[in-house]
Design a protein around this ligand. Sequence first.
Ligand SMILES: O=P(O)(O)OC[C@H]1O[C@H](O)[C@H](O)[C@@H](O)[C@@H]1O
Length: 288
Amino acid sequence: MAIELYKNDGDEVYKVKLTAPNDAECVIYTYGATVTSWKVQGKELLFVSKLAKLDGTKAIRGGIPIVFPQFGPGKLPQHGFARNTNWKVVDQDNKTGDMATVHFELTDSEATRASEWPYRFRLLYKVTLTGTTLSTIIEYENLDSSAFDFTTLMHTYFRTSDVAGVKVKGLDGIKYVDKILGQSDVVETRKDVIVDKNEDRVYVDVPGEVLVDGVGSEDGRVIVKRFNYKDIVFWNPWEEKAKEMSDFGDDEYKEMVCVEAGSVAKPVSLEPGSKWVGGQLLRLAPKA
Ligand SMILES: O=P(O)(O)OC[C@H]1O[C@H](O)[C@H](O)[C@@H](O)[C@@H]1O
């Protein structure tokens, strides 16, 4: 198990690479603490656009950007400030078992205190790689004298060899908000949710694990297990919306699907001095 820190000319860490047995690897940029690559048996399971900006000028289009403290549009810029702020590497561990772990920290700054979400806070983000899993867990802490609310999400972009073959399982019977049609409380009736058009849905209060079939290769299956995160967002821009994004190739909607674990339908409330933990564990499942 190795942990490599990559530094820029100013001697600051800009990228961390974790490796684990089974030819597993994971790369995280300190910008947004965005995971940009997760490989198992050498095979890439995450999508990053070939047009993604990796120079800190824009949130990274792909991988696992962190949405905090606001999902979607609102008082703050879309999806909040965590995905386009530099996080700090504060700890690392490759001595425990067959795993490698790195911890990132984000705290309030002059800029965040001057924003529409001015609270004092600390996020501690723990990324752990094993031979078949990637766990991404955040401890959210309120360091302010007032309570605050937030919404948060791991905006995971899964790589697909062909989006037409993707099936998302575990959403049957769950109520969702269709952000494209402007409908809420619609009930999902399909066992296999497929992607064949522009989709933007929030499945609310999903109780169990979700399985994404068709990740990395036709028969690659990834299980998404969540800790305290209640909802699952399901998104693909499809042809027309893809063309509207400057950092996304026109045809790349065929190579990805976003299945995003978070708490977004209802905000999380944190009292002064208290902590809350949320996150996900991605596991490459054995072939069916
Ligand atoms: O373009 P971005 O700000 O990265 O957002 C990309 C997408 O994120 C989520 O999936 C939202 O539900 C979508 O409404 C949004 O279009």
